[in-house]
Write a new protein. Structure first.
Length: 591
């Protein structure tokens, strides 16, 4: 058989120090795990993947590494290359896709870039053999470990890996876990200890809720690494910040599906009550300079009208989060759930399936320039600690932008001002409000903002009941302010959602909801998320308007979405990699 696997030498000459720790990455894709372990201090010398496009993207971002474009799974494939023949390394990293799967399903998944989970193959389930098991991608990790015995191994997969095995009676897509248990035992026989981790990327500075399985293996002669995730979290009962403890709620179900909030949570180490770690909102990844097309204008703009089911879904999303001027909504009925922008995005898959539905109001980062034009830009990245202050702009119509902590210029009788402000009203009792120029408090899942920015303005010299969204959006300067115009601004703040701790914004939110309800769905704007937004939501530093990212990527939106959606979150890989690297340093010091 003619072998067509392709070896691509490193595009840049590598220069190693004698103490460099080197790594090999199997099924490297866009290189999320590669970026993570390199942040942790490893140098990737080799990456392998079957997809030429993804290898080329990986190569552009990691030119110091050699690459194989090859099928690592099926020995009968013309482009097969054995994992055993890859170079030895200190760390083997692998983002595997593991399930009971037949040769045909393997080829289908490779050709179409699909996940192997969920494929229904009853014939295979009834005749599973050891040779078929050896074709599973996870077993490539075993092959490499048996050949080279790296001191460290890091495997990432969807949580359903634990159900890997022959199908349970009457459940064609759920295995009994026997193959998974056999797989783990092989590592023990090879001299490794291990720890299984279930982690959600949103607690690591990533703007999406992405639950994944991670298995860390280390040579049993090494110290045990500290792999307990203890994020600093606020405990309302103890009234202080604590190091939260990861805790099971139900254990692993037969399906293997383990999700934050359902199967596990975090608890206070003192009172054992549930706490919610800081998380990153989807707002950190969105490009709000583009709100899409007004739904009623789609045909005029050369776009197909939205399907009836999509319109119904949009109306449901708008009704659920009426206090928000923008909602992330699933563009397909079978995928995801709607989220407001201060929640992390739902798990991004290989498909472009999330849309942005807005009322037409810019949600973040507004300012007016000197000539009165409205300018928008994306919000700076919001990390898991949310150290960024709420973006605001106070602008003299004829002057430079000013912060709210800067005095206004001399007020003339007819001077026109464009004004946008945002403050934060506390969502916890006995908490001092965070005002305009101060950092925003940590956002957690049960502390939901009632309003991010003003969606309109109040008629000059009028009251809250005269708030008019459609007549005067924030994209225009305010009208003339006179000496008695004390109600010229519609303030935006937060309120405790579904709670008894009502505060100063309650009436305001109700008024704003009433104004928003007047807007017809056809007047809302709709668009699919762009590939660059999906990339940022998957923790890749991609280009953005007015910002040059460090991650090189090209290709169609579908290709990019597939690459980002199948990637490992770099930040989680870095967190685990740093803890694994620490035990090598400890062992070297002890020696």
């Amino acid at each position: 058989m003619t072998r067509t696997a392709t070896h691509r030498p490193a595009g840049r000459r590598r220069r190693f120090r004698h103490d460099d720790l080197v790594a090999v990455d199997l099924f490297s894709g866009f290189g999320g795990l590669t970026r993570g372990i390199e942040t942790a201090g490893f140098t990737t010398i080799m990456a392998a993947n079957h997809n030429t496009y993804k290898v080329e993207v990986h190569e552009a971002n990691h030119p110091h590494a050699e690459h194989w474009i090859a099928d690592l799974v099926d020995p009968e494939s013309s482009d097969y290359h054995s994992a055993r023949d890859l170079p030895a390394a200190d760390l083997l990293a692998a983002g595997v896709s593991c399930v009971n799967h037949s040769h045909a399903n393997t080829l289908k998944a490779y050709e179409q870039g699909l996940t192997l989970f969920g494929m229904n193959d009853p014939e295979f389930e009834s005749r599973v053999t050891r040779s078929e098991r050896d074709r599973a991608t996870a077993n490539c990790v075993l092959h490499y470990a048996a050949q080279h015995h790296p001191r460290l191994i890091l495997v990432e997969c969807t949580t359903e890996l634990t159900s890997w095995g022959p199908a349970l009676p009457g459940r064609a897509k759920v295995g009994d876990g026997s193959t998974y248990r056999w797989w783990l035992k092989q590592f023990s026989d090879l001299g490794y200890k291990h720890k299984i981790l279930y982690l959600n990327s949103m607690f690591f500075g990533v703007g999406q809720s992405r639950d994944r399985y991670y298995a860390a293996f280390w040579d049993r002669r090494l110290p045990t690494p500290d792999l307990d995730h203890r994020p600093e979290s606020w405990c309302g009962h103890c009234d202080r910040t604590v190091e939260a403890v990861w805790s099971w709620k139900t254990g692993v179900p037969p399906t293997g599906s383990v999700r934050y909030g359902k199967q596990y949570n975090y608890r206070c180490p003192s009172c054992r009550r549930e706490v919610v770690p800081p998380m990153t909102p989807s707002l950190a990844a969105l490009d709000l300079s583009d709100l899409g097309t007004r739904i009623g204008d789609r045909e005029q703009a050369g776009k197909r009208p939205l399907a009836a089911a999509t319109m119904a879904r949009a109306e449901r999303c708008r009704s659920r989060f009426a206090e928000f001027p923008a909602v992330l909504m699933p563009a397909k009925a079978t995928h995801g759930s709607e989220r407001h922008l201060w929640q992390p995005m739902s798990t991004q898959t290989s498909q472009q399936e999330t849309a942005l539905l807005t009322t037409g109001a810019i949600v973040a980062a507004h300012r007016h320039n000197g000539d009165g034009q409205h300018i928008t830009r994306p919000m700076d990245t919001v990390t898991s600690t949310h150290e960024k202050a709420v973006l605001l702009a106070v602008d003299n119509y004829q002057g430079a932008p000013r912060g709210a902590n800067v005095p206004l210029p001399t007020q003339g009788g007819s001077e026109t001002l464009g004004l946008l402000t945002a403050g934060v009203v506390p969502y916890r009792q006995n908490t001092i409000p965070t005002m305009h120029a101060e950092p925003m408090p940590t956002v957690t899942a049960d502390q939901i903002p009632g309003l991010l920015t003003a969606a309109g303005t109040i008629k000059n010299n009028g009251g809250l009941g005269e708030a008019n969204y459609r007549a005067h959006p924030l994209s225009n300067p305010l009208g003339t302010i006179v000496s008695s115009g004390g109600q010229a601004l519609l303030f935006s703040g937060w309120h405790k959602h579904n709670g008894t701790n009502e505060n100063a914004t309650t009436t305001l939110v109700a008024e704003w909801r009433a104004a928003l309800a007047e807007i017809a769905l056809e007047d809302c704007h709709f668009r699919m998320l762009g590939a660059h937004e999906i990339g940022r939501a998957c923790d890749f530093d991609v280009d953005f308007p007015d910002y040059k990212g460090t991650f090189a990527v090209w290709g169609s939106a579908r290709e990019q979405t597939d690459g980002f959606g199948n990637a490992v979150s770099p930040a989680v890989g870095a967190w685990i990699g740093q803890r694994l690297r620490a035990i090598l340093h400890t062992a070297e010091c002890a020696a």
